[in-house]
Design a protein around this ligand. Structure first.
Ligand SMILES: C[S@@+](CC[C@H](N)C(=O)[O-])C[C@H]1O[C@@H](n2cnc3c(N)ncnc32)[C@H](O)[C@@H]1O
Length: 264
């Protein structure tokens, strides 16, 4: 007998079992501001790819949902009429404002809100959300972004599993393969939006002074059980390159662009 799947419920269960619900609190992002800001330089290749993907031109106005410290907001603002940077974290927003000031970019307005609190009376040509779909009710958030956009919606997200597969196996004995992109695509499908998808590959790199520092960073990031510290350190010892007095972690990852346009 055929049964229907509720992808929003599946997503909620997977987020809870992978200990990711902390990412749904603004206080988490307030604390992450320095690492998000540092990633702007590390992810410059991915940023260039993302900006090229967008149908932007000097007439367009853009809503950047979850703008962070401006990795996408700033290069987009240089090519369009106006950007609204929507960002619930005060810390992120103040670093973004400072980054824009340093680059002499003045066509951005700043909204210290979460998407859930945005009034749908506003209209933007394009709505962009880059690695920022941390809404507990994703289905309604996607519908809201659709309503806010007159030209189209562009979403960027991970197409790789949340936890590095090697680390998952070292800590839990197995690894799971689900990623944000497949859940989001299916939730869109459930609400009648058949979107386009493209994937690209990028490398995430980080350097840690010691193996213990690396292990602590992964325990924090992925909420790993602390009693698994020893197998984790052994895995990191075998897999991180020890160079120039530091331990280098490199993860080849996939990102997905999911987009739809509003051509009637
Ligand atoms: C990983 S950062 C991404 C920043 C930037 N868009 C980028 O691609 O580098 C995620 C951002 O989403 C924001 N965010 C989290 N929940 C949100 C929500 N409900 N509405 C809007 N933004 C949200 C966070 O505050 C954070 O700044």
């Amino acid at each position: 007998m055929a049964t229907s799947l509720d992808w929003s419920v599946i997503r909620q269960t997977l987020l809870e079992t992978s200990h990711r619900t902390k990412l749904y609190n603004v206080s988490y992002w307030d604390k992450e501001v320095n690492s998000v800001n540092k990633n702007m330089a590390k992810l410059s290749g991915l940023t260039e790819y993302q900006v090229k993907t967008l149908p932007i031109s000097p007439e367009v106005n853009v809503l950047d949902v979850g703008a962070g410290t401006g990795r996408l907001t700033l290069p987009i603002a240089k090519q369009v009429r106006h950007v609204t940077a929507l960002e619930p974290s005060k810390n992120m927003l103040s670093v973004l404002q400072e980054n824009a000031r340093q680059q002499q970019i003045f066509n951005i307005n700043y909204l210290n809100e979460s998407l859930e609190n945005v009034n749908t009376a506003a209209q933007y040509d394009l709505v962009v959300a880059s690695f920022s779909l941390f809404m507990s009710d994703l289905e309604n958030s996607l519908l809201k972004m659709d309503k806010l956009a007159s030209m189209g919606v562009y979403l960027f997200m991970s197409a790789s599993p949340w936890i590095d597969e090697g680390i998952q196996t070292a800590v839990y004995g197995t690894s799971n393969q689900w990623s944000d992109f497949i859940l989001t695509y299916n939730i869109l499908h459930d609400v009648g939006i058949i979107a386009n998808v493209e994937t690209c590959t990028y490398t995430f790199e980080e350097c840690y002074p010691t193996l213990t520092d690396a292990a602590e960073a992964f325990i924090q990031k992925y909420s790993l059980p602390t009693e698994k510290r020893s197998p984790l350190i052994e895995y990191l010892r075998a897999n991180l390159a020890c160079e120039y007095g530091g331990y280098y972690y490199k993860r080849k990852m996939k990102a997905a662009t999911i987009w739809w346009t509003k051509d009637k």
